[in-house]
Design a protein around this ligand. Structure first.
Ligand SMILES: Nc1ncnc2c1ncn2[C@@H]1O[C@H](COP(=O)(O)OP(=O)(O)O)[C@@H](O)[C@H]1O
Ligand SMILES: [Mg+2]
Length: 311
């Protein structure tokens, strides 16, 4: 199972739209996929037409990633109809805001990873839609991820946000989760006739070089229509839909081959936070690692579950 976060530190750039496009490509390709909707706006849950009768959600999973809660939070998306492979959703909730602790402990930051370990053998790919800021939810998603795809519009604030995201990913990779890497930056809502857009595009090219992903996505009403109708773009009956579907196929292929280039590391279900951080990597590499300990009060209550960080 490999995990991709789709992120941007700015809202409204098309993060959910791109994440759904990639999920649609995975469904079309027969890849068993779990979509995790970590954004409290829950747009992806709506876009995938996923309804949860049990009312457990990402918020409950992040409060307590016990196997029964993880399983109750996952439902089948209506997208799955007539497809041989799975597209399931760990449903979003506005209550995710409540678990967005401004000073998260290490244990909290590893909870999604822990939750995903419960379903490790059931999916080939996990796509996470993250909130539009560098909050604890986004960090939790990145720590559970192999790769991050950053979405950017060709606009000033969006370019600045993409740069910030890239630096933050590097930092988390160095300090906490070495398998994490930026896959690349995808440009959305490009208007090729706009001088400003072309200028910002050249800035992105300079900043990210080979990590600037092709193809770019132009402003397309078809994307809005497909999302609004809760329909995978691969099932949208138009030439424009088919073009977009091919673009998402190409992005998915790039993500999969990038993920394959590094060895797969089994998700950690047990052990300390530090063991989780260094899995698959020689301990010496982490001699400079500084990890905050969890507050004492929380430490003792977690002891029985064997999740306490060893000092
Ligand atoms: N390439 C595009 N062309 C036209 N509309 C788009 C495009 N990408 C996204 N949108 C629309 O822009 C709005 C914001 O996109 P969304 O994916 O929800 O952004 P985010 O998740 O980053 O907040 C939505 O209404 C979406 O349909
Ligand atoms: Mg969104």
């Amino acid at each position: 199972m490999q995990v991709l976060s789709v992120s941007s530190l700015k809202g409204g750039v098309g993060k959910t739209t791109i994440a759904l496009g990639i999920a649609s490509a995975a469904l079309d390709r027969g890849i068993n996929t779990l979509f995790v909707d970590l954004d409290p706006q829950c747009d992806a849950t709506t876009g995938l037409a996923a309804v949860n009768d049990y009312s457990e959600s990402c918020a409950d999973v992040l409060s307590s990633p016990r196997p029964n809660i993880v399983r109750k939070s996952i439902v089948e998306a209506k997208w799955q109809r007539q497809h041989p492979s799975k597209i399931h959703v760990m449903v979003g909730s506005t209550r995710s805001l409540m678990v967005d602790n401004p000073q998260p402990t290490l244990g909290e930051l590893w909870r999604l990873e822990q939750a995903l370990s419960v379903v490790e053998d059931e999916y080939d790919l996990v796509v996470i839609d993250t909130p539009p800021s560098l909050n604890a939810l986004t960090r939790t998603a990145w720590i559970a991820s192999d790769r991050v795809l950053v979405v950017s519009e060709p606009s000033f604030f969006s370019v600045v946000a993409a740069d910030r995201a890239s630096k933050a990913i590097d930092e988390i990779s160095t300090k906490l989760s070495p398998r994490l890497a930026l896959h690349g930056v995808v440009v959305n809502r490009l208007r090729e006739s706009s001088d400003e857009h072309n200028y910002r595009l050249s800035e992105l090219r300079e900043m990210f070089g080979e990590k600037l992903i092709h193809p770019h996505f132009a402003e397309r009403s078809t994307l809005q229509q497909a999302t609004g109708a809760a329909t995978p773009i691969h099932s949208w009956p138009s030439e424009a839909g088919a073009d977009l579907a091919r673009a998402f196929d190409s992005i998915l292929s790039g993500v999969l081959s990038d993920m394959k280039s590094t060895s797969q590391v089994k998700r950690a279900r047990t052990g300390s936070s530090i063991e989780r951080a260094i899995r698959g990597v020689a301990k010496e590499t982490f001699s400079g690692l500084e990890l905050e300990e969890e507050p004492k009060a929380k430490k003792s209550s977690r002891k029985s579950r064997g999740r306490r960080a060893r000092s």
